[in-house]
Each structure stands twice: as C-alpha cells, then as structure tokens.
Write a protein that binds this ligand. Structure first.
Ligand SMILES: [Zn+2]
Length: 331
C-alpha cells in the first residue's frame, strides 16, 4: 500500500513538473502584413470567414496548430485561427488580467475617436450594428478598471460611448452613432498601447461633388478571374472596361474618383487595401463578373460584407435594374 502511494505521489509530481516546464501554449505577436483572425478552419475561394483584421504587435496565445494556421485562445470562451506567417513567437509573458485605464471620446477636423489606454496590445473584434447604428468592440483579456470616460463636444458623429464587462475576460465597448448610415471605422493601437477606434463622419454635403469614390476593377494581370464559357472573355478585362466607363460617368457628374488599377496590372488584396487606406475614399465599389455553373442564373447582383453597407448595395442594384439589366435567379 505504501509503495503504491509513493508511486502515485511520484506520478503526480512528475505530471505537475512536466506541465510547468512544458506548457501546452505559447505566445506570438502579429506582424504588420495585414494579419487577420478566422472564425474556423473553413476555406472558400475568398479565404474563409474572417472575424477581424488586426493591427501589428498584438499578443495572441497559441493553443493548437493545424496546417498553416494556429488556433489562438482569445478569452476563456472564445478562440480563433491565425495564419502562421502573420505572427512571430515571443518569450513567455504575464497574460492573466489586463486592466483598462481612462477613456477619451473626441474629434479632430476630420474624424471622431474613442481611445482606451491598455497595458498590452490585446486582440479585439468589432461588429457593425444598425437600428440603432452602433460600433461594438470586444477586447479580449481586458478587465475594466475605467473610472472616467471623458466625452468632449468636439466629437461630431459619436453620440454615446460606454462599456459592459460581458464576460470575466471580455470587455465590450459600445459606440452609438448620430447618423443612421455608417461611413466606416478603423481600429488600431497608437504607440503607447492606446486602443483607438477612428470613426468616419457623414460627409457634410451628400452630393457627388463632395465625396470621393474609389473604383476597384477586380482581378488583373496574372489574376484573370472568371472566363466566359461561350464568349471566352476574361473577367479582368471587362472589370477594367466597366471601371473606366463608371469613372468617366462619375467625373462628368463632378465626383472625385480614384481607381485601384487603370491597366492590366497584378494587384494583391494587400496592395489594394494599402492603396485604399492612403486614398481614404468615402465609398468603395469593387467590380466583378461572376460565373455560374448553372444555366438558370444570370444577370446582375450586388454584395456587401457589413450590414451597415447594405443600403448602398441595394441602391446600386436598384439603379442597375432601372437601366434595363435583369436578374434571373432560380434557386
Ligand atoms: Zn471576380
């Protein structure tokens, strides 16, 4: 009996020893190559469902590995996947609880901002909501220690900003907007670990002469896109033709227009986003010609990713149908 207990004790000791020395997780930080989190391991031709893009230098806890992706634990109840090439390993850090500091809500001549001081670059995800129009931001690993939210009258688009500690290790930031229409936002860390949500305001005048429109001719160069089965036309050629004509029409109506490409150039998604970030247009329209394996599907369609942009997508579809284009869709 005594022997058995000793063996059991030794086993427990070895077990705890090995856990201490060989933890089944490690930490990484994101690089500056436009890293993003995926919800799961699903793949489609657009690369799987993305949870969010992330800033650089964000710390992530890796708990598993599969193929070219790591599984990362964002909080006790939430996990996601990140591409291995978008992160680099770091030495172990203290990562149990991160307290938030004071907030500021303010505006400058162009944008509104919410800034939250943190002691580490924690991961986050955001959601766009409508009716009422809100930006909801979850900060993983953050625990509220915020006493003050300073809201200055220089903020023009942000109506309200507050938080809820929705889980022990998830702090939710809610930003309520004045206008029903969303115009976009950007999330990043400034140099002193200040998590910043930069909110775009509604343009002062909603006519074409006061807005800047980006036209993205899909594909190009090595990336041919779809090919017409009977006509043999290439998507990359026709997206450019349509983009050029649309640009001409918009300039005639006094809009300021920028194009992601004007020739048969190869452009990665990363390069397109970098260009659009610099240009900071009011609207972005990306042009594609889809193919379908079903004869019963033809005509025009519009797409959106974030619910706040459905109204633009619907307005464009309505206009296209008024020109005589049709939709034929048999599901
Ligand atoms: Zn396409």
């Amino acid at each position: 009996m005594k022997k058995q207990l000793t063996v059991l004790f030794l086993f427990c000791f070895l077990n705890s020893y090995s856990q201490k020395n060989y933890p089944d997780f490690f930490y990484v930080r994101t690089t500056d190559s436009l890293p993003f989190l995926d919800y799961g391991l699903g793949e489609d031709r657009l690369g799987g469902a993305k949870m969010t893009f992330l800033d650089s230098n964000i710390v992530l806890r890796v708990v598993d590995s599969t193929g070219d992706k790591y599984k990362v634990q964002l909080s006790k109840l939430h996990s996601a996947y990140v591409q291995k090439e978008k992160v680099y390993p770091i030495s172990p850090i203290e990562y149990d609880q991160h307290l938030t500091n004071s907030w500021n809500v303010y505006g400058d001549s162009l944008y509104d901002y919410v800034t939250i001081k943190l002691d580490e670059r924690l991961p986050y995800r955001s959601m766009m909501e409508i009716h009422p129009s809100r930006i909801v931001l979850d900060i993983f690993g953050a625990v509220s220690n915020t006493n003050w939210i300073t809201q200055l009258s220089t903020a023009k688009e942000i109506k309200n900003a507050w938080y809820e500690q929705t889980e022990d290790d998830v702090m939710r930031v809610i930003i309520e907007l004045k206008h029903q229409q969303h115009w976009g936002y950007r999330i990043f860390y400034s140099s002193d670990n200040k998590l910043t949500v930069m909110v775009k305001r509604q343009p002062a005048k909603l006519d074409l002469s006061h807005i800047k429109i980006a036209i993205d001719a899909g594909h190009g160069g090595d990336n041919v896109g779809a090919t017409g089965i009977a006509s043999n036309i290439k998507e990359k050629d026709y997206t450019l033709l349509i983009a050029k004509e649309l640009t001409r029409q918009l300039i005639n109506r006094k809009a300021k227009v920028v194009m992601t490409r004007v020739k048969d150039t190869t452009l990665s998604m990363f390069e397109r986003i970098q260009f659009l970030d610099q240009q900071d247009p009011t609207l972005l329209v990306s042009i594609h010609l889809n193919s379908s394996s079903k004869d019963s599907i033809s005509g025009v369609s519009t797409y959106y990713r974030y619910i706040g942009f459905r109204s633009l997508s619907q307005a464009i579809l309505k206009s296209m149908l008024q020109t005589g284009l049709r939709i034929t869709l048999t599901v």
